[in-house]
Design a protein around this ligand. Structure first.
Ligand SMILES: *[C@@H]1O[C@H](CO)[C@@H](O)[C@H](O)[C@H]1NC(C)=O
Ligand SMILES: *[C@@H]1O[C@H](CO)[C@@H](O)[C@H](O)[C@H]1NC(C)=O
Ligand SMILES: *[C@@H]1O[C@H](CO)[C@@H](O)[C@H](O)[C@H]1NC(C)=O
Length: 403
């Protein structure tokens, strides 16, 4: 009897430990013997193998890339997977410098059709893009050679990006497309202001996105919100250098869908060419709408054009100027926007002819011009905003000349 208990007890303790261990996601370390990844060498195959195992697991799993620098030529990690996956990047993944070595011409790292993916770990996705930026003429050249996006996120649901960095992407850093329920928190984007076309986070055709406590310095828009996007909040974001936070550009392509429910709150923009703006192309192929867009508690530090609606957006002369945009803008507010600007036109609301902006509010605007090209001013056309506590020079002081 006594002997039996002695035998059973350790067995019971063992089972108890085994069952608590099971509750933790199994860690798939790419440097383990099973996957064989080594620092300073290419771990593409190791990561692909770990992904295959994680994706097949019926319980949540965790892929770990430990501290250190690892080369990675690129891949698209595909779902659907059987359970949630945490991709914990503690070290640095480095893309090839030469874009032609990447397996896809538009993506470095992709995630596709996964439910419950989390990117975490404090590590860095380093696109090593400095050589590629000079080739970034994709705006005007469809044959352009540099379309590699650091993180291309397609058809993901319940995605979290926590505490990781995207550095020197060859093109956009993060492209969110057809995603639902996304939290981006403690994320960092880092690239110099000369890096062309390196938007920080671009969101298209997605819903339920929450970006919070994030710092973005790059060579193009910090955050850009494209067509078909709804229910987005951006809070406590620091942007700069870069081109600011933008809704758009919209109204360029025929299949575009409405944009609505966008809330940008408590953000600071520093040394950016624009602050908060909505941009639409003239001569849109189809009617569109952008509505329910609110910018509140925004600090501007040396920002070019802090408050901007531009329905004559036409970079590189790629449009028929003078043909009005057909994107209807309504229910937009700019509230409590303070700080300094480097262009005397601090507020510019240029809406479309024949389709004026409706229900636009400007409240508590306090901006100082730091340059010497004359007094601070504002330009408005095809819009009659509601104005509360805005000094006269900023309250639609002049109207824009017809295009
Ligand atoms: C908006 O998105 C959040 C997730 O960020 C979600 O919890 C909320 O239910 C969504 N609201 C609507 C009206 O869809
Ligand atoms: C606003 O954002 C800053 C960081 O940019 C943060 O320190 C502060 O707590 C935020 N305020 C609120 C009310 O969330
Ligand atoms: C604009 O807001 C008003 C209420 O303030 C609402 O009735 C209307 O439907 C909104 N329009 C759009 C296009 O969101």
């Amino acid at each position: 009897m006594g002997l039996k208990l002695k035998n059973v007890l350790p067995m019971f303790v063992f089972l108890l430990l085994a069952s608590t261990a099971k509750a933790q996601p199994a860690a798939l370390d790419v440097t383990s013997e099973k996957y064989g990844g080594k620092p300073d060498s290419d771990i593409t195959q190791a990561l692909e193998k770990a992904w295959t195992d994680a994706c097949a697991s019926t319980t949540p799993s965790k892929i770990v890339v430990p501290k250190g620098t690892f080369k990675f030529v690129g891949t698209t990690f595909k779902g659907p997977c059987k359970a949630a996956i945490e991709f914990q990047l503690q070290g640095t993944l480095q893309a090839p410098v030469d874009g032609s070595q990447l397996p896809k011409d538009d993506t470095w790292i992709g995630f596709d059709h996964v439910d419950g993916l989390t990117l975490s770990g404090g590590g860095t996705f380093d696109g090593q893009g400095a050589q590629s930026w000079k080739n970034n003429d994709c705006n005007k050249n469809t044959q352009c050679k540099s379309k590699h996006i650091n993180l291309r996120l397609n058809f993901l649901t319940n995605l979290k990006i926590l505490d990781v960095t995207s550095k020197d992407s060859k093109n956009f850093h993060v492209n969110v497309f057809k995603c639902e329920k996304v939290e981006i928190k403690g994320f960092t984007v880092s690239a110099p202001k000369e890096s062309m076309n390196t938007d920080g986070i671009h969101i298209g055709r997605s819903t339920g996105i929450n970006i919070i406590d994030t710092t973005i310095g790059t060579g193009d828009d910090c955050i850009s919100i494209g067509d078909g996007t709804k229910n987005i909040t951006v809070t406590n974001v620091k942007c700069g250098p870069g081109h600011g936070i933008a809704i758009g550009s919209l109204g360029r392509y025929p299949e575009e869908e409405p944009v609505s429910s966008i809330n940008i709150k408590n953000c600071t923009l520093t040394d950016t060419t624009n602050g908060v703006r909505i941009k639409t192309w003239p001569d849109s192929p189809k009617d569109g709408t952008a509505s329910d867009i609110h910018f509140e508690d925004i600090t501007m530090v040396n920002v070019g054009n802090p408050i901007l609606i531009d329905q004559e957006y036409c970079p590189w002369n790629e449009c028929k100027k003078g043909v009005p945009s057909k994107v209807k803008i309504s229910n937009v507010s700019f509230k409590n926007i303070k700080g300094t600007c480097t262009d005397p036109v601090a507020v510019k609301l240029v809406c479309t002819q024949g389709m004026p902006c409706e229900n636009v509010e400007l409240s508590d605007i306090d901006l100082k011009y730091t340059g010497n090209k004359g007094p601070i001013t504002s330009v408005c056309s095809n819009v009659k905003p509601t104005i509360n506590r805005v000094p006269q020079p900023l309250a639609c002081a002049t109207s824009a000349a017809a295009a």
